[in-house]
Design a protein around this ligand. Structure first.
Ligand SMILES: [Zn+2]
Length: 382
């Protein structure tokens, strides 16, 4: 369900609202697309193709309606394929998996919220850049093709089982229980926490599992969610090995975090306290798509790309412009999930005991306790 797609007639990447505007139909007057003429729906199926793989048969999906209230809650988008039919996307297409099941609701954007204002602000910047000739459709296409080539060249098998990811979550839960190494004498400390000591000891013995992992990768229920979904869907048996593009992805995150503050400013809002790029949902993804394009065009140099970004903000606003869009093209949109899968594979290769972590910690606990009793017996016999 891409937010943007390629219009053959317009010869550019556009979102739903832009496509309707180019076809002289106002989304504002009919936000639920209840009166959309059949000819226009038929034209959409002919004219629009997936920006990731050129799949056809686009369906226009209206802004969602909040149950009971009748207010619009989600952003309009394109959907490819037919009800109950085969998936029209190329298996290596970014949208292959997401067409098979409804997107998580967090993908949808509330038009009335700050996030929507942010999404519009990003689109405005894209249109300003295209209007001023700072980048164009050819650059967007070059980036897309470059990324497809990267995926083919650096494929990683999707051979991770959900059990392994859950094992990694249990493993990371022990991560911060750092204590001094256990001594049998510790057992006589008042209120000594045997479970804590066992977790700490387990973590010390398995230190190799925690080494050489990128700083941003943590196994938690919320961070493995998307990776679990990719496995569950098994839509494709290979994914991109994220280590091949790690530095480039870091650059995209860095530039996006820098740029987000100014997008907030352009949208006329202020960032909430403790905001995170992830928390921006669609707007965050849209911003990452723009930043990826700027970096792609500037040899992945964050300094140069940030200078171009600054230049975009100084251009006259192109509000409601139809020049095009790149929001559906963030090449790194699943990078976090790929990193989780990649690191889980490293853990699988390094671990020496695949029994459940809790079971192993129980065993360590018994072992520590036995060592303490042994010490006690020794010290009382002397
Ligand atoms: Zn596709």
């Amino acid at each position: 369900m891409p937010i943007t797609a390629y219009s053959k007639e317009a010869a550019r990447e556009i979102d739903l609202e832009q496509w309707l505007a180019l076809n002289h139909y106002s989304l504002k007057n009919d936000p639920l697309l209840e009166r959309l003429p059949a000819e226009l729906r038929a034209k959409a199926a002919r004219d629009i193709e997936c920006s990731g793989c050129r799949a056809h048969g686009a369906v226009l999906v209206a802004v969602g309606r909040e149950r009971g209230v009748g207010r619009s809650v989600s952003q309009g988008h394109f959907r490819f394929g037919h009800t109950g039919g085969a998936n029209p996307h190329d298996p290596l297409c970014d949208f292959y998996i997401d067409e098979k099941v409804p997107r998580d609701t967090d993908y949808l954007v509330n038009f009335a919220s700050d996030k929507s204002a942010l999404t519009r602000a990003v689109r405005d910047l894209v249109c300003r850049g295209i209007r001023a000739g700072r980048f164009g459709q050819a650059d967007v296409r070059r980036m897309r093709l470059w990324f497809l080539d990267e995926k083919v060249a650096h494929a990683m098998p999707l051979d991770v089982m959900p059990e392994l990811l859950n094992w990694c979550v249990d493993m990371d839960a022990t991560r911060w229980d750092g204590q001094l190494p256990f001594q049998p004498e510790h057992g006589q400390l008042p209120g000594f926490d045997w479970t804590q000591a066992a977790r700490s000891e387990w973590r010390r013995r398995h230190g190799a599992l925690f080494e050489a992992r990128p700083m941003r990768v943590h196994f938690r229920q919320d961070t493995v969610h998307r990776a679990l979904k990719l496995i569950e869907l098994q839509g494709r048996v290979i994914v991109l090995d994220p280590t091949s593009l790690r530095e480039k992805y870091e650059a995209v995150v860095q530039l996006s975090e820098f740029a987000a503050l100014y997008v907030y400013h352009l949208a006329g809002t202020k960032p909430p306290p403790h905001w995170r790029l992830n928390g921006l949902k669609s707007a965050g993804r849209a911003l990452q798509a723009l930043c990826a394009l700027l970096l792609f065009m500037n040899d992945w140099d964050t300094g140069q790309a940030s200078a171009v970004f600054a230049g975009l903000t100084a251009l006259p606003s192109a509000a409601d412009g139809t020049e095009g869009n790149v929001m559906g093209l963030n090449p790194f949109h699943d990078d976090e999930a790929w990193q989780i899968l990649h690191e889980a594979r490293q853990v699988a290769a390094r671990r020496t005991d695949a029994r459940p972590v809790a079971e192993q910690i129980d065993a360590v606990r018994s072992e520590l306790h036995a060592a303490h009793l042994e010490w006690l017996a020794r010290s009382t016999t002397h």
